[in-house]
Design a protein around this ligand. Structure first.
Ligand SMILES: *Cc1c(COP(=O)(O)O)cnc(C)c1O
Length: 381
């Protein structure tokens, strides 16, 4: 027998109470019974997004909310700035170009955060730019971008700050209304602790103004139509009934823990993982501005990262993530977001120690685990 541990930056483990809720017999979606569940989930989403605005619930993976944001706010020919510091930044640009927007690419070295001064300069030089598209947490490089600083730049311009918070919402503090984020999107399979299949999007008043004149073609991802339906406690098309039933349960769990404590837990798990990396002499991929969603480390010289990830998964039952593009085979990403706690981190560090030794990279057993334990102990009275 081999027990399985899912420690990837999405999909993430699903809490038992959400699994049970989703196993309930199917109900019809145009019923008071479903509307009540939907309403509760929609209200709890506002709490997690830290907004007074409606949070739209779409049946799609996270990318659906990204695409929806573009098509509902812009017209072909509109100019946007895209922060491209990894796979997901690149995705903002690809979606924009697919709809005929003119993209000003700001390339950021993988593992680094964008410098707000660079964005300010680009905005000053291109007064027609109507949007800055960025990740709060660039999952492919485990770096976090400075959203608060970027929001200060777009606030007084005819320009929206559009934030992919897919591995940030419910991980670290990202107060949408307070900071002036115009669009915040997320997805179910990350910190929301659910299976893939739901995407979320919230828009500021300023963004809803942009929506009125946007001419990109759209049908399924029509935010205006979704907002109207949300007010009636339903969705435009058949909602993902089971996922929304699970969503209510997962959001209740977040509410019970308290958002502040959720952030503290993620911070503790991230610090413990970094302490383990330091103890094992592993170089961090994003040392200056790390995201609390996942920690990226370079695999030691002489170890094939691709084979290591496969070994951890197939031989040991521990799913971590490797690297993409030019980082393929070179890094390990240890995720610590969602339904993850002390012993998940210790499991992943212990598994890495065993795998390193099996791969001929000798490390003393317990060295990384011990360093992580020192920090994880803070979580107990
Ligand atoms: C997971 C993720 C996405 C969405 O990917 P989907 O596969 O469409 O759910 C987008 N951005 C970031 C930063 C992510 O981590």
């Amino acid at each position: 027998m081999k027990k399985k541990y899912l420690l990837a930056p999405g999909p993430t483990p699903v809490p038992e109470r959400a699994l049970l809720a989703m196993a309930a017999p199917m109900i019809h979606h145009r019923t008071p019974q479903f509307s009540a569940i939907f309403r509760e989930a929609a209200d709890l989403l506002k709490y997690v997004f830290q907004t007074q605005q409606d949070v739209l619930i779409l049946a799609a993976s996270g990318t659906g909310a990204m695409e929806g944001s573009i098509v509902n706010l812009y017209s072909p020919g509109d100019e946007v700035i895209v922060v491209n510091g990894g796979k997901f930044g690149e995705r903002w640009g690809k979606i924009s170009e697919a709809y005929g927007l003119k993209v000003h690419w700001i390339t950021v070295e993988w593992g680094k955060a964008v410098d707000p001064a660079v964005i300010k300069k680009a905005l000053d030089e291109n007064p027609n730019v109507k949007g800055v598209l960025v990740q709060a947490s660039e999952t492919s490089t485990t770096a976090a971008h400075p959203i608060k600083e970027l929001a200060a730049l777009t606030k007084d311009r005819n320009c929206l700050l559009i934030v992919d918070g897919i591995t940030a919402v419910g991980v670290f503090d990202l107060p949408m209304d307070e900071w002036g984020i115009d669009v915040l999107v997320s997805g179910s399979q990350k910190a929301f602790m659910l299976p893939p299949g739901l995407a979320f999007a919230a828009l500021s008043e300023k963004a809803w103004k942009f929506q009125e004149t946007a001419k990109c073609p759209k049908f399924y991802f029509d935010f205006k139509k979704e907002r109207k339906n949300l007010k009636d406690n339903t969705t435009a098309y058949t909602p993902a009934v089971s996922l929304i039933t699970g969503l209510r349960e997962a959001l209740m769990q977040i509410k019970e823990e308290g958002l502040e404590n959720v952030f503290k837990r993620h911070d503790r798990l991230a610090r413990a993982t970094k302490a383990a990396a330091a103890a094992l002499d592993l170089k961090l991929l994003a040392p200056e501005s790390p995201s609390n969603a996942a920690t990226g480390v370079f695999v030691p010289e002489g170890v094939d990262g691709g084979k290591l990830v496969k070994y951890l998964r197939d031989e040991m039952g521990v799913t971590l993530a490797g690297g993409q593009d030019h980082l393929k085979g070179k890094i390990l990403r240890i995720a610590h977001l969602g339904y993850v706690d002390t012993f998940d981190i210790l499991t992943s560090i212990a598994a890495i120690e065993i795998a390193f030794n099996k791969f001929g990279h000798k490390v003393p057993y317990g060295k990384g685990v011990g360093a992580a334990q020192e920090i994880l102990a803070e979580g107990y009275k």
